[in-house]
Design a protein around this ligand. Structure first.
Ligand code: FES
Length: 173
C-alpha cells in the first residue's frame, strides 16, 4: 500500500513547486528590470547640468590681484586665466573672457578706444563685454569671482554665457 502511494506521488508532477519556481523567476526578473531602470534614470539625472547633486566641475581659482591696485575703469589682462579683470566705474569687479563670441578669436583691450576690439572681423565690446559692433551678437562671457581680504579670486573653470549685462555679474569690493 505504501509502495503504491510512493509510486503515485513520483509520477504526479509537483505543479505547486513548479509554479512557485516560475513565479520566483518572474519576481527576480522584475527586480532586475526595476534596478536597471533606476540605474538608467539615475545616470540621466546625474548627467543633467542643472542637477543640484551633479558633481561640480573642479574649480580653477586664479588670484587676479588686489583691489587697491585698481581704479574705476581699469582693465587688466590675466593671461593664465584667459580673461580680463575689469574694475567698473562704480568700483565693482568683473572677470571678462577674452574669447570673442563671434568665432572665438582672442580679443585685445584697446586702451585708446577703451574697448575690446576683435582683430578677426571687427566686433567690439565695452569694458563690461557688451557688444558695441557686430558681427558678434552676444556679450563676452564672464567668470564668477569673489573678494577675500582684498584679494580678487576668479573661478576660471567655466566661462558663463549671457545675453546682456546685469549688475549681478560684477562683484562689489
Ligand atoms: Fe571676433 Fe569674428 S571672431 S569678430
Amino acid at each position: 500500500m505504501n509502495e503504491d502511494n510512493n509510486h503515485t506521488q513520483d509520477e504526479v508532477p509537483d505543479t505547486t513547486s513548479r509554479r512557485t519556481l516560475i513565479s520566483r523567476i518572474w519576481v527576480f526578473l522584475a527586480a532586475v528590470g526595476i534596478l536597471e531602470i533606476g540605474w538608467i534614470a539615475g545616470s540621466l539625472l546625474r548627467a543633467r547640468k542643472d542637477n543640484p547633486f551633479r558633481k561640480k566641475d573642479a574649480d580653477i581659482l586664479i588670484e587676479a590681484g588686489s583691489i587697491d591696485q585698481f581704479r574705476p575703469g581699469d582693465v587688466k589682462a590675466v593671461p593664465q586665466g584667459k580673461f580680463y579683470l575689469v574694475c567698473l566705474e562704480n568700483g565693482s569687479f568683473m572677470a571678462v573672457s577674452r574669447t570673442c563670441t563671434h568665432l572665438g578669436c582672442s580679443v585685445p583691450w584697446d586702451e585708446e578706444k577703451k574697448q575690446f576690439v576683435c582683430p578677426c572681423h571687427g566686433s567690439s565690446f565695452d569694458r563690461r563685454g557688451v557688444v558695441l559692433t557686430a558681427p558678434a551678437t552676444r556679450p563676452l562671457d564672464y567668470y564668477p569671482l569673489r573678494i577675500e581680504n582684498g584679494r580678487i579670486k576668479v573661478n576660471a573653470a567655466t566661462p558663463l554665457k549671457r545675453e546682456h549685462f546685469d549688475p549681478s555679474q560684477a562683484m562689489q569690493s
